[in-house]
Design a binder for this molecule. Structure first.
Ligand SMILES: Cc1cc2nc3c(=O)[nH]c(=O)nc-3n(C[C@H](O)[C@H](O)[C@H](O)COP(=O)(O)O)c2cc1C
Length: 319
């Protein structure tokens, strides 16, 4: 009997080869080179750093993250050491990840178009394998104003400014908190984005401690992530892929191999994992990769390319 070959988990994300589609989402363990190396050694296919901005920020006071059951709610408030230190951390991370063959994605944010361009220019000196623009953080509106991701023109302007100084593949991370996410996706792709990350957290939401009567997060409101948002993330990836056919990191509520397959069938090229890493630790990556491999093998698929976008083809078939 012919020996059954192990399915190929590698994916090509905007010209960058990932050993598997599982990407550490921004904001989780992406703060030091040691932590990012640990995530890579635990089987991640790419690692995204915590979003870095122009200046050091302490973020919001504790508590900032709460597990409320079907998901998490967080208002970390973009705590980061500022671009000077972030560049050093990213250099060290790159040095450690390169021998492992795990690409590094640098996530950047700022409160202005100029700021986005400057932080992007600085991270490109590292250089990372890809750059992701976080235009969609929902928890800092009081200080930063409306996120750029809520308006196609503003989103396009930031993307254009970053594109002008970025010689790496550029991803833009979109928010679910809009009525027409495809319009935002179209605007940023027309402005030079090579791909999209979808989605950032949903909300803001609130969870109240009914004994004290107080909202639990010190910031009162925060972004919702985890399994509670997965069907929204899948729908958004599906809509973006239907209209744009660009590489997408499908992110939101993924906890197992089945969830990864669903995202890829919606059209994702790679799949971000955030909350599940907080809940289960970095070993989630090797567990989920094994589950994806088992699914492909048991269904007779040789690679993820064979199922990407499958849900779209099915739409036109008779039941
Ligand atoms: C504690 C926490 C911090 C986060 N920080 C960032 C961040 O700095 N930048 C960013 O782009 N997204 C951030 N996110 C959003 C995640 O990257 C991801 O888009 C979202 O949580 C949905 O994925 P998940 O359901 O797998 O967690 C954060 C999420 C959590 C839970």
């Amino acid at each position: 009997m012919a020996e059954q070959l192990s399915p190929d988990l590698r994916v090509n994300l905007c010209g960058v080869l990932l050993p598997n589609p599982l990407v550490l989402a921004s904001g989780i363990l992406g703060t030091t080179a040691e932590l990012m190396e640990r995530v890579a050694k635990n089987g991640a296919g790419a690692v995204t750093c915590k979003s870095c901005g122009p200046e050091p920020r302490a973020g919001h006071p504790n508590p900032t993250v709460l597990d409320w059951g079907p998901g998490l709610i967080n208002a970390v408030g973009l705590a980061n050491p500022g671009i000077d230190e972030a560049v050093e951390i990213l250099r060290e991370t790159r040095r450690r990840l390169q021998p492992l063959g795990v690409p590094l994605i640098a996530s950047v944010f700022a409160d202005s178009v100029k700021g986005f361009a400057e932080v992007t220019r600085r991270v490109c000196t590292v250089p990372p394998d890809l750059v992701e623009l976080n235009i969609s953080c929902p928890n800092v509106e009081a200080e930063f104003g409306r996120p750029f991701s809520l308006d196609p023109d503003a989103a396009a302007e930031v993307t254009r400014a970053a594109r002008a100084v970025c010689d790496r593949p550029l991803l833009v991370k979109l928010s679910p908190n809009v009525t027409d996410v495809v319009a935002i996706g179209k605007a940023v792709v027309a402005a030079g984005a090579d791909g999209l990350t979808a989605i950032n957290t949903l909300g803001p939401g609130m969870v109240i401690d009914i004994e004290s009567g107080w909202p639990i997060l010190a910031n009162r409101v925060g972004g919702i992530s985890g399994p509670a948002i997965r069907p929204i993330a899948v729908r958004i990836v599906y809509d973006l892929w239907a209209h744009l056919r660009v590489p997408i990191i499908g992110t939101g509520g993924v906890t197992c191999g089945r969830d990864v397959i669903e995202m890829i069938m919606a059209g994702a090229t790679a799949v971000g994992i955030g909350s599940a890493v907080i809940q289960d630790g970095p070993a989630v990556f090797s567990r989920i990769a094994a589950e994806v491999r088992d699914y492909l093998a048991s269904h007779g698929y040789a690679s993820l390319n064979e199922i990407r976008g499958l849900a779209h083809a099915r739409r036109h078939m008779e039941p």
